[in-house]
Design a protein around this ligand. Structure first.
Ligand SMILES: *Cc1c(COP(=O)(O)O)cnc(C)c1O
Length: 352
């Protein structure tokens, strides 16, 4: 085994059997029934003895149309995590550095390390905003081959201001990756900045907004030359026939998806307001989850208390820089009500 991998820890997201599961940022709603029916019908017609369309042309045309770009600007893969992996295999690796601004999505640094790159961690401020001076300092010092920004940021929920993305673009010596796994829940997107001469990609996924975490499908939009390079690095036929069909058909239901997004945004605001009435610090979110910190250094105890009410949220309380923080994924209105009621009970027990 490689020495540099021995000390690495894997990526964990513990699952527990509970009534209300609000810990992995999935959509609380299944995809439309009409999508399931259309998928079943098309699956019965697949030539299973043949390899799938290696270029995933129909799927990429659909995604390109959604964003008003060219199909040759779209690279699709098995979840946006595989997009990240392909990017890092192409642009990172031994002898190169990759910049992240912590706390942020753990897999950015983790996959970078798997490629043998050195990860340079910039620091966000107390409220998890990113100071432009820190952004410039880290880029100047590390000269990163790849710089990550995540907007809205997981696990904090904060949207990265457009000014920071533009500043990063003006300073990076390499590639800027803007991870917009939660982009549809946010007020602005970096997609409008993508251009052939701009060293930037924007990553999206079907896992969250599109209610399709089980399908494992994500993509990036970027310059055509870059997509062509990624095609060399990724495994041939990595996108199976079923996935290509699932994604292509989902695009027909963009209206339904947008309605779900608006519903989740409204619930997010309701849940945030409900939490703010309790002794809890709530961080503003542009995503489908909310980070919060029960006051009185009670993070772990509150997580446990919620679990005893059969409500599972993500326990970030022992993660670096996230002391006592918990993250709740916005669920159905009924699940959110259960969560708010349980949190009120638990806060009364813990602080009372
Ligand atoms: C969930 C998530 C992803 C990964 O999603 P896939 O299911 O692999 O598409 C990527 N980035 C961030 C920030 C996420 O939270």
């Amino acid at each position: 085994m490689r020495d540099d991998l021995r000390a690495l820890e894997g990526y964990h997201s513990p699952q527990v059997e509970v009534r209300v599961r609000l810990n992995t940022n999935e959509s609380p709603f299944p995809p439309p029934a009409a999508w399931r029916d259309a998928l079943a019908a098309e699956l019965s017609k697949v030539d299973w003895h043949r390899y799938p369309d290696r270029g995933a042309h129909a799927l990429r045309e659909g995604i390109a149309e959604l964003h008003g770009v060219l199909p040759s600007q779209v690279f699709a893969a098995n979840g946006s995590n595989e997009v990240l992996q392909t990017l890092l295999l192409t642009f990172a690796g031994p002898g190169r550095s990759v910049a992240t601004f912590e706390p942020t999505y753990q897999l950015h640094g983790h996959i970078a390390r798997l490629t043998g790159a050195t990860v340079v961690e910039g620091e966000r401020g107390a409220e998890f905003t990113l100071d432009p001076g820190e952004l410039e300092r880290v880029i100047a010092a590390a000269q990163p081959a790849v710089t990550f920004l995540c907007s809205p940021n997981n696990p904090t929920g904060l949207e990265e201001p457009e000014a920071n993305v533009r500043l990063a673009l003006s300073k990076v010596p390499g590639l800027l990756v803007v991870d917009e796994a939660y982009g549809q829940f946010a007020k602005w997107s970096a997609l409008g900045l993508v251009e052939e001469e701009t060293p930037m990609v924007v990553i999206r996924t079907f896992s969250k907004t599109w209610s399709m975490a089980a399908a494992r499908l994500g993509y990036l939009v970027g310059p055509e030359w870059l997509v062509a390079e990624l095609e060399k690095v990724t495994l041939p036929y990595h996108l199976d026939a079923a996935k290509q069909i699932a994604g292509r058909l989902a695009l027909r239901f963009a209206g339904e998806m947008e309605a779900r997004v608006q519903h989740i945004i409204a619930e997010r605001e309701r849940v945030s307001a409900g939490m703010a009435r309790l002794p809890v610090d709530v961080f503003p979110s542009g995503a489908n989850f909310v980070l919060f910190r029960p006051r009185g250094k009670a993070g772990k105890a509150v997580w446990q208390g919620l679990l005893e009410h059969s409500v599972l949220v993500r326990d970030c309380s022992s993660w670096p820089r996230l002391d006592d923080c918990l993250r709740i994924t916005v669920g159905t209105p009924e699940e959110n009500d259960e969560f708010l009621a349980a949190l009120a009970d638990v806060m009364a027990e813990v602080t009372g």
